[in-house]
Design a protein around this ligand. Structure first.
Ligand code: SF4
Ligand code: FES
Length: 255
């Protein structure tokens, strides 16, 4: 279990004593070639308060068990590839500091829910990206600006969809949604956030098409306003508010 030790980093009176801890991680493992069901495996890892859960996963993989499988790329909260459930909450491993967790108990790490489990902490993201593609998340304008001119947008119009431009497609929102857990056909919060980003963009001409797509039985009306998505979003996007704005736009018949 968790113990604390003190380490001196260098000799001399000005040495700073940096405290390290042995932290126990319980990781939900699954190897489709061996396991019929996922199983929990514990690992003790020497950590500093400034380390992140991603650092622990690296230490386990590099020093204890090279078969541990997880996704990550940027390690700085940008690429969105390391969303996972940490102590029952969806978070990015690279943005979760050890000092913010209760290390007197084991730290539970498992794959996000609602998407097919492939191995250990890796899920099949294809259903998630299929919903994303369905909402046509790209600018569609019927006119072409004059040669050498840009599509002009005033500050207030740009601010209208600023929040939803921050999405990094990590799936923390969609995989925290109880509707998505029980109905994998539901578009899910992330697809709606990315539709919102273009529906409310004054330069785009196909808002109506996206509103029709999301007026589907698997669209925005499946949302039960549980706010799990907003709580889970590592970018602080007001996901539930964005979904509500899309619902209102559908009722108005325009953004
Ligand atoms: S809205 Fe937030 S939680 Fe959802 S995919 Fe985008 S960044 Fe991730
Ligand atoms: S590794 Fe890129 S967001 Fe965490």
């Amino acid at each position: 279990m968790t113990t604390a030790t003190l380490e001196n980093t260098s000799a001399g009176s000005a040495d700073a004593a940096i405290q390290s801890f042995t932290v126990t991680f319980l990781i939900r493992r699954y190897d489709p070639e061996v396991d019929s069901e996922p199983r929990w495996q514990d690992f003790d890892v020497e950590m500093y308060a400034t380390d992140r859960v991603l650092d622990a996963l690296h230490k386990i993989k590099w020093e204890q068990d090279g078969s541990l499988t997880f996704r990550r790329s940027c390690a700085h909260g940008i690429c969105g590839s390391d969303a996972m459930r940490i102590n029952g909450r969806n978070r990015l491993a690279c943005k979760t500091l050890i000092k913010d967790l209760d290390i007197s108990k084991p730290i539970y790490v498992e794959a996000i829910k609602g998407l097919p489990l492939e191995k250990d902490l890796v899920v099949d993201m294809e259903p998630f990206f299929a919903s994303y593609r369905e909402v046509q998340p790209f600018l569609q304008a019927r006119t072409t600006p004059e040669p050498g001119k840009e599509r002009i947008q005033d500050v207030a119009s740009r601010a209208r969809f600023d929040d939803t431009t921050k999405c990094i497609l990590c799936a923390a929102c969609t995989s925290s949604c109880p509707v998505f857990w029980t109905d994998g056909q539901y578009f899910g919060p992330a697809a709606i956030v990315n539709a919102h980003r273009f529906i409310f963009d004054s330069r785009d001409d196909e808002a109506k098409v996206r509103l029709d797509i999301l007026n589907d039985k698997e669209g925005v009306w499946r949302c039960r306003t549980t706010f799990n998505c907003t709580d889970a979003c590592p970018r602080g996007i007001e996901v539930t508010k964005a979904i509500a704005e899309v619902k209102q736009a559908i009722m108005r018949g325009k953004p």
